[in-house]
Design a protein around this ligand. Sequence first.
Ligand SMILES: [Zn+2]
Ligand SMILES: [Zn+2]
Length: 185
Amino acid sequence: MASHCPHCKDRRLNPARIENDLPAMSCDGCGGSLLSLVAYRHWRESQPEHAVDDVAEYGLDEVKDTSIALCCPKCRHFMTKFRVSADAQNQIDLCVHCDEAWLDHGEWQLLDRLALAGKLTQVFTQPWQNRVRSTQAERRAEQLWSERLGPHYPRAHELREWLRRNPQAREILAYINQVRDDIPL
Ligand SMILES: [Zn+2]
Ligand SMILES: [Zn+2]
């Protein structure tokens, strides 16, 4: 039975290759690809040192991302979204029943650019997702501090990072803390 594109729905997926030795089923309409993780693992094993090659021409804005829930072209279950990294907004859809990943147009190249093409299956693990989430939370907190401290933020940030690496951080903080008494509320 022919599979249809989960995005365009009325278009069929055709056999294609997203790398020389990596087959997938692609949609001519949106440029997305359905990648079997079985095929991916097989490819990965044959490429122990997958190099990040010249994909610099792919800007982030050329990468599409589907934010709506997709149905797996094979089993019709909803696919689960996995964030790739804290730096990219893109999410990769995975059917946990079929072990098939859906890559929107340009997402494979994005993975390649982030040097994650060889780590695709790790992206789908809880530790990876937790790490992405905590990095994002840290960045949000940093953003809030930057708004709150305004022009003083760069210096405060620098001081904090310096303290973080300083073996005498506690003593230095105690010393700095003395200034509290002189600061009006
Ligand atoms: Zn399509
Ligand atoms: Zn499925």
